[in-house]
Each structure stands twice: as C-alpha cells, then as structure tokens.
Design a protein around this ligand. Sequence first.
Ligand SMILES: Nc1ncnc2c1ncn2[C@@H]1O[C@H](COP(=O)(O)OP(=O)(O)OP(=O)(O)O)[C@@H](O)[C@H]1O
Ligand SMILES: [Mg+2]
Ligand SMILES: [Zn+2]
Length: 250
Amino acid sequence: MKVAAEVCPICDGTGWKPSSAGNRRVSRCDCRLQARSQGLLEAARIPKRYEHCELSNFEFDGPHQSLARPRLAACRFVEEYSPARENAGLLLIGTIGTGKTHLAVGIIKELILSKGIGCLFYDYRELLKQIQNSYNSSVQATELEVLRPVFETEVLVLDELGAVKPTEWVWDTVSLILNTRYNENRTTIITTNFDDQPAAAVAGPRGASRNETLGDRIGERMRSRLHEMCRIIKMEGEDFRQTIRSASFR
Ligand SMILES: Nc1ncnc2c1ncn2[C@@H]1O[C@H](COP(=O)(O)OP(=O)(O)OP(=O)(O)O)[C@@H](O)[C@H]1O
Ligand SMILES: [Mg+2]
Ligand SMILES: [Zn+2]
C-alpha cells in the first residue's frame, strides 16, 4: 500500500508557518528544521559503533559517579554553545574505556538536534590516513578536499588525538589543523588517552618507565595551543567495556 505523500499538516509543505504572535509574519516550520538536523546528522560521520551514544544514556551514578562532573560539563557546553560568539572547545582526557568518545558524540548529536549546528566527527588516525592517501595520485580526493570540511565545520570532534606515532609530517599536519581552526575561532572537541604532560625533552629524564605524554605525541607547541583552545575535562574510572560485562551491572 502506498502511504499518502507526507505533506506537513502545519505548513502544508511550504516550510513556513504563521508566526505565533498573530501578526502576518511567518517563521520556519519545524518540519524543515527537522530535515536540516537529519541532514547534519548524516553529514557528521559518526561511526556506526557510536551511533547509540547520547548525553541522555551516559551513565553517571553508582559505580560511575566519577563521570558526573564530565557529564555536567558536557551538558553545560551544549547549553552555552552559541554560533554567535567564540566557544572554547573541550579536551577530554582519560584512560581506556572511560566514555570519552561516547561523551564527545553525545555532545555533537545534541548540538545538531537541538541547535542545528554543523558538526563533524573524525578519528585522528583515520583523518591522517585519508590525508596521506590523498598524496597518492590514483586517489580522487585532494588533500584540500579532505581537509576543507575539517577546517570549516563549526564543531569538530578529533577522537584519539596522539594515537598515531609522531613524525615530522604528523606534527605538521596536526598543527595545520589545530592552528587553522584556532585562527578561525572554531570549536574543537578532542579526546585523548595521553596524559596532559610536557614532552620528554621539556620534562627532562625521568627514568626508562616514563609513560608517553600528550607533549611527546603532538609536540609541546601544539599542547600549549590546545590549552588556549579547550577546557580540560579529566575522565577517570574503570573501563566501561569491562563493567558492562560484569554481572553486577544491571
Ligand atoms: N558513562 C557511560 N554510560 C553509558 N555507556 C558508556 C559510558 N561510558 C562508556 N560507555 C560505553 O562504553 C563503551 C566504551 O566507551 P568509549 O568508547 O566512549 O570510551 P573511550 O573513553 O572513548 O575509550 P578509548 O580510550 O578506548 O577510546 C561505549 O560503547 C560507550 O557507549
Ligand atoms: Mg574513544
Ligand atoms: Zn511544516
């Protein structure tokens, strides 16, 4: 059976509805706003694995109490975000499985759905791989074609910053991305497993067992740039992937 063409009952498909003020003005109908949000959501490149992630299903009670603060900060960030002004980004730092990616995805989904803000999700490794591939002449996309949306999106999530072994090229590419967004006053949300500590060269020798830091992985200059661009949110707790498996949970 064919479903009757879905003409919006509010605006008769025009996309405009009478203003509630009763004057002769019109305003954009919700059906068009929804269509825009849907388009933005599809363009945001949120990976399948994280499609379920929302602020509303981010747990922060019982064993996850330590996540209450990060979650509150995330909700505030969404609430206060305004396209009309400069908005500092977020740097979500924590060990494996503490929900950094979940929270970052939850934030951009909410920005898209409640505020119609354009957002883009990129895994750091994937982005660098795509840029590197673009140098291969048999690949269609040029470097700029890959980078343009990354430069221009209103809000960028860069997931797993530092996860690629640092080389001169990696450092140059990361600085190009972060500096471009910084110069344009655009907002960047970053997740990382690396401690927000200086590079070894700056920190001095601390013995062989010293863990690599964010400074080691992206360079001291970029680490300091990040501090100007982002508010730091520490996420502590157990690996959520383990907790889900344990019988005591739900
Ligand atoms: N507070 C939470 N409430 C509900 N689900 C959560 C929470 N934290 C994490 N999860 C879920 O646990 C899984 C792992 O979380 P996520 O990938 O966000 O962790 P991560 O900190 O990004 O880990 P990694 O350091 O490995 O990138 C995901 O499926 C996510 O949806
Ligand atoms: Mg993650
Ligand atoms: Zn309508």
